[in-house]
Design a protein around this ligand. Structure first.
Ligand SMILES: CC(C)(COP(=O)(O)OP(=O)(O)OC[C@H]1O[C@@H](n2cnc3c(N)ncnc32)[C@H](O)[C@@H]1O)[C@@H](O)C(=O)NCCC(=O)NCCS
Ligand SMILES: Nc1ncnc2c1ncn2[C@@H]1O[C@H](COP(=O)(O)OP(=O)(O)OP(=O)(O)O)[C@@H](O)[C@H]1O
Length: 472
């Protein structure tokens, strides 16, 4: 089965008809409650009997975010928001907005035309206005919607049954693949949206439980000096730094991208101080300050033209920005204080491991290769998919926190074995998988082991997940 439809349930004609009545009742109620406003109804055009699935919801949420942000950035008063992602007949959402019918219709038509997945969306805009209840594309001088398969007028293709269902489904699936799989599309978001995503990523990581060895709301893992509260304070304190990282990326104009890291690092050092101030001296987010700061700056750089970018482009920038970091920090460091040698420097000197610096210099490979695909494809609840993602990351990277705690790089193989056992049990969605995580947490507490680097990669995954709409 095509991935877009995997795990979906077929609907009956009756269900489709009943849903039509439901939608019309919701719309009528909204119009009655808000007679002076514009009602926007958003749904998908998905041909065939399967109209909802994990991946169909991903498509919907990616577009829904863009629509919501258009409303927010217009500083329009949003009177009501109603979303129902789980309907068997397909996800649907409604927005009630202040403003002109024509203006909003134009805005949503632009969305349907310009957003990469816009062809899968159907946005109705209604108001009790002088210009009419609903405006059509033709009223606004626009050509008819194009067919997904042949680019002709979609209405005519549908009426005449010109294409096999399988061809229409394959075309929809291809749009999904182009957006989420071949590369990940990242719209050009505002600074506030990006910074919110960064802070939320830090908060969601620490809220996730049960995480082995790490701090979460149930257990402090193998950490004695911090709790979930410490992380909340720290995440909030990092907001000005994330703003700065975005602005530095957006405003950067030198030919040599390494200049961006040179500009970012003093800000990172200030952010570390803000973190220590907020946590009374505890290291909660040192790794994330470094990696997420670089990722945000790279995203800012990639969206300077205010057009959408892709994950590949952003990670290419990460690599370019960090091109000198191994040489400058590890190979021939100019500023190492032997008294206070960090785990990263020690592990390079002793085992030639490049740690977090190696990761950024290589363009954060585990993000595109492991974190995001695992989150995209694993089954179950968001929480369980994030737990699977954390474990997949922990089984992939050379985590300098873990190696420092174990006092040997041999722990990397042990961690991989634990991760394999976890996935053999079926992962976080299974009862045995959940028990495994709790037992592993106990083992890691006893052995004083923590996977701080994997936690940081999870933060990066959530951040990009939010920018792409995979996680929203
Ligand atoms: C580069 C940073 C992260 C400091 O490096 P340090 O050597 O302390 O790193 P260390 O290896 O101990 O790891 C830092 C954190 O990164 C995360 N991490 C560890 N391994 C990984 C990994 N493989 N992938 C991603 N993150 C990881 C963990 O959360 C860890 O706590 C940054 O804090 C920084 O630049 N600080 C300024 C001080 C400095 O190093 N100046 C340059 C001296 S020449
Ligand atoms: N939920 C989490 N729980 C614990 N650590 C996390 C979590 N999320 C991220 N980390 C990362 O783990 C690192 C903390 O690891 P650790 O406590 O071993 O570092 P340290 O303070 O340098 O060392 P130590 O506590 O051994 O003196 C932080 O830099 C942080 O980025």
């Amino acid at each position: 089965m095509l991935e877009l439809f995997a795990g979906g349930q077929a609907v009956t004609l009756d269900q489709v008809l009943t849903n039509r009545e439901w939608r019309s009742a919701v719309q009528q109620q909204l119009e009655a409650d808000f007679p002076d406003q514009v009602v926007v109804a958003v749904k998908l055009n998905i041909a065939g009997p399967i109209k909802n699935s994990l991946k169909i919801r991903q498509v919907f949420m990616a577009g829904w975010q863009v629509i919501k942000q258009a409303a927010v950035s217009d500083s329009t008063a949003i009177k009501k928001v109603h979303v129902d992602k789980q309907r068997i007949t397909g996800p649907e959402a409604f927005l009630v907005l202040d403003g002109q019918l024509k203006k909003w219709k134009q805005e949503l038509l632009r969305f349907e035309e310009d957003f990469a997945l816009g062809r899968l969306f159907d946005c109705d805009v209604m108001a009790d206005s002088a210009t009419g209840y609903q405006l059509s594309r033709r009223d606004l001088g626009l050509p008819p919607r194009r067919c997904l398969v042949c680019d002709e007028d979609a209405k005519i293709c549908a009426k005449e049954g010109r294409h096999l269902l399988s061809a229409v489904q394959a075309a929809s699936n291809q749009l999904y693949r182009d957006y989420f799989v071949t590369d990940l599309t990242l719209p050009a978001w505002s600074r506030d949206f990006v910074v919110d995503a960064a802070v939320a990523a830090c908060l969601q990581e620490v809220a996730l439980a049960p995480k082995p060895g790490l701090v979460d709301p149930i257990s402090a893992g193998a950490h004695r000096d911090m709790t979930v509260m410490t992380f909340l304070d720290s995440a909030v304190a990092l907001r000005p730094y994330f703003e700065k990282a975005f602005e530095l990326g957006q405003g950067f104009s030198q030919a040599d991208a390494t200049g961006l890291l040179a500009a970012l690092r003093p800000e990172g050092i200030k952010a570390e101080q803000a973190m220590y101030l907020a946590t009374d001296g505890v290291n909660t987010h040192k790794g994330a300050i470094f990696t997420l700061g670089i990722l945000i700056a790279a995203y800012g750089l990639a969206t300077q033209d205010k057009r959408s970018t892709t994950l590949r482009e952003v990670l290419n920038f990460v690599q370019k920005i960090s091109a000198n970091v191994l040489d400058d920090d590890l190979v021939s460091p100019t500023c190492i204080d032997q008294q206070e040698e960090t785990a990263g420097h020690y592990q390079y000197r002793t085992y030639q491991l490049t740690g977090v610096r190696g990761e950024v210099a290589a363009g954060l490979p585990a993000l595109a290769q492991v974190g995001l695909p695992t989150f995209r494809d694993r089954p179950g609840s968001v929480t369980n998919r994030l737990l699977d993602t954390l474990m997949a990351l922990a089984g992939t990277i050379q985590d300098s926190t873990l190696i420092k705690r174990a006092k040997t790089p041999a722990i990397v193989q042990q961690m991989q074995d634990w991760v394999d056992e976890f996935f053999d049990l079926g992962g976080a969605e299974t009862v045995t998988g959940q028990k495994y995580l709790t037992t592993l947490n106990q083992t890691m507490i006893e052995q004083n082991l923590s996977i701080g680097g994997a936690a940081d990669y999870l933060i990066l995954t959530i951040f990009i997940g939010r920018l792409s709409g995979l996680l929203s």
